[in-house]
Design a protein around this ligand. Structure first.
Ligand SMILES: N[C@@H](CCC(=O)N[C@@H](CS)C(=O)NCC(=O)O)C(=O)O
Length: 367
């Protein structure tokens, strides 16, 4: 598990062991890993924690305050809790999702913060460092470190669902690019692409302008990693046409202004979504991803489309369990999780009520 860990990350894990021993706790949990990250030399992660006043010593005190000292005199090498184990495994995914080769303390911290019931999360929250903010800040800093490659410019907005589809693909393929943020004014974009929809990719070295999310993905997917089959192409179309399009209709209707709404169109859109969910639930019964065993362009399309339909017209999460399971898998994918994080600061621009449980996994009660 540790081959790709940097020296500092390994040290963080060793320090976590020491901390558990010192606190006489039975196992090494995410809280000890958090102290490990803070104490393992000077890293972006430890610097960020320090900026919140969270030194190793302070975090240790917070852990003891939260759970007390233990009474375990057991072996020197302690077992990991399931959450700590998952965090160490997820750290590699975090690094890869960000296009980094090695697992650094920053990736470890990101992974710790993603564990749903981690004590480390509660400790950070209690110490005035909300995990979503810490995550977003780490991702921003890691992004700044990456050299801006000159050739590919993506005209996009991080909250727009079709832009997210392409972003997921770019992160999956580790393709470097620059962002040209498209906000209210579309003048520059219209000059490139008269329809002025986003995303638009401009390959400056090839003097090529490409609109349309699927075409952009096809262009950067030189080895057919994301578009390996007819099924991938088919389900990409299905998600765009029958999930993303009705979702846009519902959201778009709320922006039309009083007296200009189209209730019939919205009812039709909701009906299309219901039919699509039922079809999807059957389709996903024996497939991990939309086109089979591999994550493809179809899943890049599915993630943002389902994310936003979950806000405006939810499938029946208990009855359509395959869709719920698929949605959870999508959200756990590091490329998708990254896109969701990067869009988080823009949630207030959503014109409809934003459900309070959007960050909770799609539920599926056991029958
Ligand atoms: N078929 C296009 C759809 C793109 C699209 O609908 N983009 C939305 C944003 S997600 C857009 O630009 N809408 C018009 C607007 O925001 O003004 C694609 O696949 O790229």
């Amino acid at each position: 598990m540790f081959e790709r860990f940097t020296e500092q990350s390994r040290e963080a894990v060793d320090v976590a062991q020491e901390e558990a021993l010192l606190m006489r706790h039975e196992r090494v949990g995410t809280e000890h890993l958090l102290v490990g990250v803070a104490r393992a030399g000077d890293s972006e992660a430890s610097a960020l924690l320090r900026e919140h006043g969270l030194t190793g010593e302070r975090l240790r005190a917070e852990v003891v305050q939260a759970v007390g000292m233990g009474d375990d005199d057991g072996q020197e090498h302690k077992q990991l809790t399931p959450a700590a184990h998952d965090a160490l495994e997820a750290a590699l995914g975090e690094a890869m999702g960000l296009g980094h080769e090695r697992v650094e303390p920053a990736h470890l911290l990101l992974a710790i913060l993603r564990q749903p019931d981690a004590l480390a999360r509660r400790i950070l929250m209690g110490a005035g460092a909300p995990p979503p903010e810490v995550r977003a800040e780490i991702i921003r800093r890691l992004g700044e470190r990456r050299p801006a490659p000159p050739d590919l410019v993506l005209h996009q907005h991080p909250f727009a669902s079709y832009c997210q589809k392409v972003l997921i693909a770019l992160y999956e393929l580790h393709v470097p690019f620059r962002t040209a943020l498209v906000e209210a004014s579309r003048a520059e974009l219209t000059a490139l692409w008269p329809m002025a929809s986003i995303p638009v990719l401009h390959d400056e070295s090839a003097d090529l302008v490409l609109p349309e999310s699927t075409t952009i993905i096809e262009y950067v997917d030189r080895d057919a990693t994301l578009i390996p089959s007819l099924q991938a192409r088919l389900w990409d179309r299905v998600f765009d046409e029958y999930i993303a399009t009705p979702m846009q209709k519902i959201v778009g209707d709320s922006l039309r202004g009083e007296g200009r709404e189209d209730p019939e169109g919205v009812t039709e859109a909701r009906g299309t979504l219901d039919t699509a969910y039922a079809m999807l639930d059957t389709h996903l019964a024996d497939r991990q991803w939309a086109a089979g065993e591999r994550f493809t362009v179809a899943d890049c399309a599915a993630a943002p489309a389902l994310f936003y339909t979950r806000a405006v017209h939810r499938w029946d999460e208990d009855a359509q369990r395959n869709v719920s399971r698929y949605y959870r898998d999508l959200m756990a994918r590091p490329s998708v999780a990254r896109v969701v994080e990067e869009a988080r600061p823009y949630r207030e621009i959503f014109p409809l009520p934003w459900p309070a449980d959007m960050d909770l996994p799609a539920t599926a009660r056991e029958p």
